[in-house]
Design a protein around this ligand. Structure first.
Ligand SMILES: [Zn+2]
Length: 351
């Protein structure tokens, strides 16, 4: 056998060392809107929300799709129809093919003010126009209205719908359901700003082996409480995408304390979300190891923002960087700041 042939055969029979298949979340910088690209261990993808109806949001999503090595988005989950989530799906679809759309159903406009206000009428008309365009594309690509208890069929991971259309699961997820002692305090429940669409948000739990991620989109504190009081129907999670971009109206300590994540991620903008009063609540959560932010929160101070390595876009010009979370099925996960490559690995094994 010639040396060259032997070498060629050696290459052919060499064991293929495949990287462990991971469940990946890219929290995209859409300037305070929401957009998270999820790539399952089976290689299927789902976009949660599409940011603002601006070219810049579409550009950032397309960048993330390329970074993830994808050529299409298999599913789109639109948590609700507020302007910072509904994005511009027709424009996105012209750049990258998108598959089946999941959402909570119909648009719920903000209640009219007591005295007629032309600004309200103008913004209502614009919201209906956006929804009309969205409705056309969801009809074109295929569309399902989800209900609590449904699963989104992203291959390789369980995606459990726990909230949708202001309805919530009534039975605990597997392994959950213990009484929640934190329900004795009724935290922020009285001071919410009831945005009609916020509280229609589709909320999901991703379950991949021992790894769990909770994402309730813009569900406000009062209704988040329904998921954990008197019994914690969610159980504990590894990572938590903080409600309402970290705006204080989304912060229910009974929820956060009960699910007690190792890591919280805030999809905030420099001037939206990551409210300073949110910080001490997250920081006081038993077992929390780190808080990651898409932006430095300009409303806060160094004391109410994480260290720079945990912020994708620090104070100053927007760099449009992401936070990537990559999870293994043994519960280990790594979070990476795409600005500087800083990453930290978190081990499972907490009660
Ligand atoms: Zn929002």
């Amino acid at each position: 056998m010639g040396v060259l042939l032997a070498a060629a055969l050696a290459v052919l029979v060499a064991p293929v060392v495949e990287a462990a298949k991971t469940l990946d979340f890219y929290t995209i910088d859409v300037e305070g809107g929401k957009s998270v690209l999820v790539v399952s261990p089976a290689g299927e993808s789902m976009l949660i929300d599409a940011g603002w109806p601006r070219a810049a949001s579409v550009d950032r999503i397309v960048d993330a799709v390329k970074d993830a090595g994808l050529t299409k988005i298999d599913y789109v989950l639109v948590s609700h129809f507020d302007i910072d989530h509904i994005g511009d799906l027709p424009r996105l679809a012209s750049r990258v093919p998108i598959g089946h759309v999941f959402d909570h159903g119909e648009f719920h406009p903000a209640p009219a003010p007591a005295t007629p206000d032309p600004r309200y009428t103008a913004s209502l008309n614009a919201a209906w126009e956006r929804f009309k365009q969205y409705d056309a594309i969801r009809t074109q690509v295929g569309h399902t209205v989800v209900k609590p208890g449904d699963k989104i069929p992203l291959k390789g991971v369980d995606v459990e719908v726990i909230a949708a259309g202001n309805q919530f699961i009534r039975k605990p997820l597997k392994g959950a359901g213990a009484p929640n002692p934190l329900c004795v305090t009724n935290s922020q429940a009285a001071v919410i700003d009831r945005d009609a669409e916020d509280n229609q948000s589709v909320g999901v739990v991703f379950i991949f082996g021992k790894f769990r991620m909770l994402d309730l989109a813009d569900l406000e504190a009062h209704f988040s409480r329904d998921l954990v009081c008197p019994n914690n129907l969610i159980g504990t999670v590894s990572a938590y995408h903080v409600n309402v971009h970290g705006q204080f109206k989304g912060i229910a300590p009974e929820l956060i304390g009960a699910v007690h994540p190792q890591v919280a991620i805030m999809g905030n903008g420099a001037r939206k979300g990551a409210d300073p009063p949110t910080w001490p609540v997250l920081r006081a959560t038993p077992g929390i190891e780190d808080i990651w932010q898409v932006h430095y929160s300009a409303a806060g101070t160094k004391e109410t923002n994480p260290p720079a390595d945990f912020i994708a876009n620090p104070d100053g010009p927007d760099e449009f960087k992401m936070i990537k979370l990559s999870a293994q099925n043994d519960g280990t996960f790594t979070v990476t700041n795409t600005r500087n490559g800083f990453s930290k690995t978190y081990k499972p094994g907490r009660p």
